[in-house]
Design a binder for this molecule. Sequence first.
Ligand code: GTP
Ligand code: SPV
Ligand code: MN
Length: 625
Amino acid sequence: WTRRAALHVVETAPTTAPITTPRAQSPSVTDWVAEISALTEPDAVLWCDGSTKEWDDLTKLMVSQGTLIRLNPEWRPNSFLARSDAADVARVEDRTFICSTEQIDAGPTNNWRAPAEMKAELSALFAGSMRGRTMYVVPFSMGPVGGALSQVGIQITDSPYVVASMALMTRIGTAVLDTITSTTEWVPALHSVGAPLVATAADGSVTVTPDVAWPHNPLKYIAHFPETREIWSFGSGYGGNALLGKKCFALRIASVMARGEGWMAEHMLLVKVTSPEQKVYHLAAAFPSACGKTNLAMLKPTIPGWKVETIGDDIAWMRPGPDGRLRAINPERGFFGVAPGTGLATNKTAVDTMWGNTIFTNVALRDDGDVWWEGLTETAPAHLIDWQGNDWTPDSPTPAAHPNARFTVAADQCPSIAAEWEDPEGVVIDAILFGGRRPSTVPLVAQAKNWAHGVFVGATMASETTAAAVGAVGRLRHDPFAMLPFVGYNMADYFQHWLDMGETLGSDAPAIFQVNWFRKDAGGSYLWPGFAENARVVEWIIRRLEGDVAARQTPIGGLPLAHELNVDGLGLTRDQLDTLLGLDAEGWVIEADETERYFASLGSDRMPAALTDELTRLRGGLAKL
Ligand code: GTP
Ligand code: SPV
Ligand code: MN
């Protein structure tokens, strides 16, 4: 990590006007694009082809406009820093809406608006919202293009940052458009930053406003119409609010599709694990936002003989295959990962992935034209420009990078990517893990007794909130299946769908485990070293699948016998290990009371009896201890 002075790259905007010919074969596509363009009144319409030239033109344009800073190509070729507006830094859950006809179908966990009312309100906001801007039409595929488990969408956006990000995160362009015929179902995904540059007053006079580096609108709406499978997003340019293939489509809309069609759309990483005996397993794991999915997806085991390879780091689509076993694909093709805490010591694989061709958002800029954030290296450089563009030194009172600063990079740059990561048939899932940030009560690992108990474990997950969404951080909240902000319908119905999937899968259903890397001691320090050492828990899970280790059966599931979890060299005391692997009976009684309140809040008329039965069983078991 020796560094030289920054190179100076002179940026010029592309000289030719960016106009391409629409190639959509399907009138449903061209009609929709024409309709939206009439509503939003852009200066130009550009159909994105997904080419390298298009990426180069877009990034040059954004550098010339001040949206992107080109990083020093000596250190970080073809890579850029974006600084967002300070009021547009994360998902806005309070501005996210599920617009089903009946409010009960959105359920008590989602914000709801009647579809017609929301469309009327949004149409007024979208009217003229792209004046002075280019409207980009981005055909995208979630999953390999043409794959049996894949789905297509078309995002319209007036943000070149969103286009460049979609190009890394999904498969975009002409190849996708060519798969759309008059019978293809595709999801219209409309997005505007809501900052027109041209305004016409009542007297007809026209005002032109100069653009800013990160346009957005203080009024934001992330609206989903599950019944017509449409997305309308207004006012934000950031992450899950704006890259509509990700949370809006691949989770909120897809969860509705999946329920209707007998599959699952989940907030899960996917990994391939090879044991020292060269046996291959695949795990899926649901942890809430900023709770360790990318890190586990890129795990470099510290224990000899084990190998973990990456398939996905955020979303899994899972469907029973012809052999009756659950198969999963990663519908994305890139990572939108949390930067802070991702470093050489914790996740070198991620650091190696972003060697180039990466967009960084809200990280700090080094004097040599490279990037930095808290946790990248042990010590901070003596001087930086922070995420808001201000001088920063290690004495500064605020962090150099925003806590939700992110890197956006294509998955095929990941050194640990599995050969089968793009297999359109998916990989067979052997085990599902549920986890979250739980400073107390929840042990390091426990195996669910059976599928229904596993669904109970998923349904009763809670986790401390993080910077991935706007709002207070560190507040314990229920986050069932790590899907609280992402289920596109009634949560109790979603629980029932999980139970139904268990019926379909029968004895071929994956085993389910609960994990917790975030248990703290009385002094507030993490008890478990986490990161690469999580391989030890993965090992125990695989050994359970193989029947090689026993489990102590308790009311919360099967706990490891201390001598059967490999903790060699970790320096844990007997007390620490007992806390990590113990059953906190008192804590679980409080937990059960809290679960009862939570289930009641979800609406007893829809709550599956199988889950309230599990709660009764948990209480009964705890009472007998
Ligand atoms: P999203 O992209 O928001 O869905 O997040 P994610 O679930 O992929 O989380 P990620 O792996 O990016 O980790 C988020 C934060 O948790 C980072 O700051 C990590 O350093 C930290 N983290 C991840 N794994 C561990 C762990 O095992 N122990 C501890 N203590 N922290 C961890
Ligand atoms: C999350 O919040 O779970 C993320 C980041 O993965 S975002 O794409 O903004 O949803
Ligand atoms: Mn996520």
